[in-house]
Design a protein around this ligand. Sequence first.
Ligand code: PPE
Length: 330
Amino acid sequence: MQEAEKIWMNGSLVDWHDAKIHVLSHGLHYGSSVFEGIRAYRRADGRSAIFRLREHMRRLVDSAKIHRMEIPHSLDELCDGVMETIADSGLEACYIRPLTFRDHGPMGVNPLNNPVKTIIAVWEWGQYLGEEALESGVDVQVASWNRPAPNTIPTMAKAGGNYIGSSLIKMDAIKNGFVEGIALTTSGYLSEGSGENLFIIRDGVIYTPPAAFSILPGITRDSIITLAKERGYEVQETPMPREALYIADEVFFTGTAAEVTPIRSVDHHVIGEGRRGPITTELQEAFFDVLHRGTDSHGWLRFVDPASAAPANGQAQGTHSGDGASVQTA
Ligand code: PPE
């Protein structure tokens, strides 16, 4: 993993190795953190662009709100922090990890008096589910661990503590020789992977579990629904039983890290022809076209200008004009 030299910490860039916290931090003991995962791509024309930056940072703010954390930075400041961190890193394509957490303060479960801190780190991250995954598809299992029940741990918040469950799903899958697990709700309906949303295709119709089915409502999921509808596909957000997987024509995952990853088998049932299906291929191409070549008709891209790297005082230069806008330096 190629690391950047600096990490944004509470408003300014610090050396990667100095970005440390105390072992008594609330977030470490009680999982009280919220985070995001975002990707920046190097496009065919050589420019770098961040995919749906503002939507991701808005979800960070929403996740924090659900957990009663007050982030002492505005949404614009957080977006600027990402721009500054990437520009400083010199990376053309990277994974971006903003994290807000409850720091060291009074001990005990009550988090209300612990300071809330935010960091933004970037690094190079390759294909999440293996080298060949995007093309050949992955073998997965239905997980023995469920997603959290409604009104237990809120799944609309992307909180650190939620991922203790995701890790169980992932470890179980790996120990059983699979790449990933698909978890069910506590009622036994399809939900999502440990870090991806789930799509099923049958007879040309695209299905995905609804937001109320213990999923994280993914930004890639939303993008794929948009791209599919634009191409004339019917998309249904609908509850589905486990066995809908086994008789599907195509199944795929979406996520920032996983992008659009075809699933070629579930619990050793071969899906369709056992390789990436035609609609998955079409949607994957449409998605990568937006990232690498497209005209950005949805306003999903924010272009990174290396010249917008922050000067030594940590203040970002340049101006930007909101959603999907490119950065113009003065
Ligand atoms: N569900 C879960 C549980 C989840 O963690 C993710 C993202 C998604 C769905 C897809 O959401 P979106 O990225 O907005 O399309 N998982 C992140 C974590 C990866 C990691 O291992 O860390 C990601 O893809 O960045």
